[in-house]
Design a protein. Structure first.
Length: 139
């Protein structure tokens, strides 16, 4: 679909939205949300190849640090890939802390077994990080 067709569809969807303002107000759906949903429902891809690539890279970055749901936040707020990477880097200590907390809880579920095997909590966390592809060490 070319950009002229996409613009025509967007105008059509906006007009549809404006024809039922009370319904959309009750549903709590903004005009932009409605338009986006209509594009999805009609199976129309309206993003440029560059935009699609940006979205895929941001999604991959967020998945890599264990925050796949946050990708939408970065995408919707028009973060670039570089800005997303910087934001995630600034969150790294908190992310690492959450990851370590999860492994710490996992260790404690079977602490007696791990201790009998001579595995300390720190060793367990290091091993689990390596298994899951998290490079930073425990805090």
């Amino acid at each position: 679909m070319n950009s002229t067709d996409a613009q025509a569809n967007e105008l059509k969807y906006r007009e549809e939205y404006r024809q039922q303002p009370k319904l959309h107000a009750v549903l709590g759906v903004s005009e932009d949300q409605y338009v986006e949903q209509r594009f999805v429902e009609d199976g129309i891809e309206r993003h440029s190849p560059d935009e699609i690539e940006r979205r895929q890279q941001i999604t991959a970055l967020c998945e890599d640090v264990g925050l796949p749901a946050q990708a939408r936040l970065f995408i919707d707020n028009r973060f670039s890939v570089t800005e997303t990477r910087a934001a995630l880097d600034s969150l790294a200590p908190q992310i690492n802390g959450l990851i370590d907390d999860r492994y710490r809880a996992e260790y404690r579920q079977h602490a007696t077994v791990h201790q009998r095997m001579g595995i300390t909590e720190q060793e367990f966390i290091r091993q689990r990080r390596a298994e899951d592809g998290h490079l930073a060490g425990p805090r």
